[in-house]
Design a protein around this ligand. Structure first.
Ligand SMILES: NC(=O)c1ccc[n+]([C@@H]2O[C@H](COP(=O)([O-])OP(=O)(O)OC[C@H]3O[C@@H](n4cnc5c(N)ncnc54)[C@H](O)[C@@H]3O)[C@@H](O)[C@H]2O)c1
Length: 317
């Protein structure tokens, strides 16, 4: 299944290294003209040179994406090169590590500016440009930390969670206009972003991935290219993990995180609790039945149900 982007123009932010660089190289190798954006001209030009050496087409753009004028100008540049069809809001920083109660205020502002505000600016200026181009696809770079906490990283976690909200909202607004918007959630990928971690932390992080290693930028890029392509024409407003199994232990579907309480299953009085079905996951809490007792027809005040559950060894939640 070869994915091609011939005749399409893409803007990818944060392409000087890591995931953004891999996405830019892959998009160019698949036929797109890529506007390669990074903080400094050197960083952007380095990636442009790699693309051109490989026979692709790219143009450099640089500046701080936390500045809306910079993002607007980069989107205008893409429009000068055939129109904006593909957008990857990828630039991001890790930010300081500190407990929330001691998190540096300037660190908070900077992480929110780069990891969240810049994604909004990309959408704010990119979506109208895509409408002018007749449609397109956006991928916002979130993280596994877009759906779970990570001690010491309040700003990063908050920004990545917010990116998911932005993604869903924009997808709802622009789905009917031929524009798809998705988010990607990588686990820990071996890029310069992780260079601050010592060996002990790195080993601990590796141990969290069932595949037994950190991810590679190209592995994230493969998913991004799929989401940008017409192969994903029915995929929008959603969040796609690329995590080596990192989140698998925590994916419990509809099952709430309440430990099993078998004593409740055995001695449940008919009507007070929904019957446990054989396909129920073991952690599923059997909630008190809000309706009448199915055996006697007696309505039974909620308080009675609650006391009954307490007597059986636990309050309903
Ligand atoms: N590496 C990981 O483990 C990991 C995991 C999940 C999500 N992510 C996300 O993937 C994205 C890319 O991360 P990466 O690991 O490739 O990092 P990286 O540090 O290798 O690359 C980030 C790039 O963004 C650029 N950049 C940073 N701030 C910028 C700004 N204000 N304006 C313009 N460019 C800026 C940097 O110069 C750099 O080239 C980020 O959004 C990050 O949060 C990374």
């Amino acid at each position: 299944m070869e994915i091609r982007f011939d005749g399409k123009t893409a803007l990818v932010t944060g392409t000087g290294s890591g995931i953004g660089e891999a996405v830019a190289l892959d998009l160019a190798a698949s036929g797109a003209v890529v506007v390669v954006s990074d903080l400094t001209e050197d960083a952007a030009q380095k990636t442009v040179a790699k693309i051109i050496a490989a026979g692709g087409a790219a143009v450099a753009a640089y500046g701080d994406v936390a500045d809306p004028a910079v993002v607007e100008a980069q989107i205008a540049l893409a429009e000068q090169h055939g129109g904006l069809h593909l957008l990857v809001n990828n630039a991001g920083i890790g930010g300081p590590s500190a407990p929330t109660g001691a998190y540096p205020l300037d660190g908070w502002d900077r992480v929110i500016a780069v990891n969240l505000n810049a994604v909004f600016y990309g959408l704010r200026f990119g979506l109208p440009a895509m409408e002018r181009a007749g449609g397109g696809a956006v991928v916002n770079m979130a993280s596994i930390l877009g759906s779970q906490g990570f001690a010491g990283s309040a700003a990063y976690v908050a920004a990545k969670h917010a990116v998911l909200g932005l993604t869903k909202t924009a997808a709802m607004e622009y789905g009917g206009k031929g524009i798809r918007v998705n988010a990607v959630g990588p686990a820990f990928i071996d890029t310069p972003l992780l260079s601050g971690f010592d060996k002990e932390t790195r080993d601990w992080l590796i141990s969290k991935h069932p595949v037994g290693r950190l991810g590679r930028s190209e592995e994230v890029s493969s998913l991004v290219l799929f989401l940008l392509s017409d192969r994903a024409s029915f995929v929008t407003g959603s969040y796609h993990l690329v995590d080596g199994g990192y989140c698998a232990p925590k994916q419990r579907g509809l099952c709430p995180p309440i430990p099993p309480r078998p004593h409740l299953w055995r001695s449940r009085p008919r009507g007070y609790f929904r019957t446990r079905k054989s396909h129920d996951p073991p952690g599923l809490m059997i909630r008190p039945c809000p309706g009448p007792d199915r055996r006697t027809g007696w309505p039974g005040p909620e308080g009675m149900v609650y006391r009954k559950a307490l007597a059986l060894g636990g309050a309903p939640r």
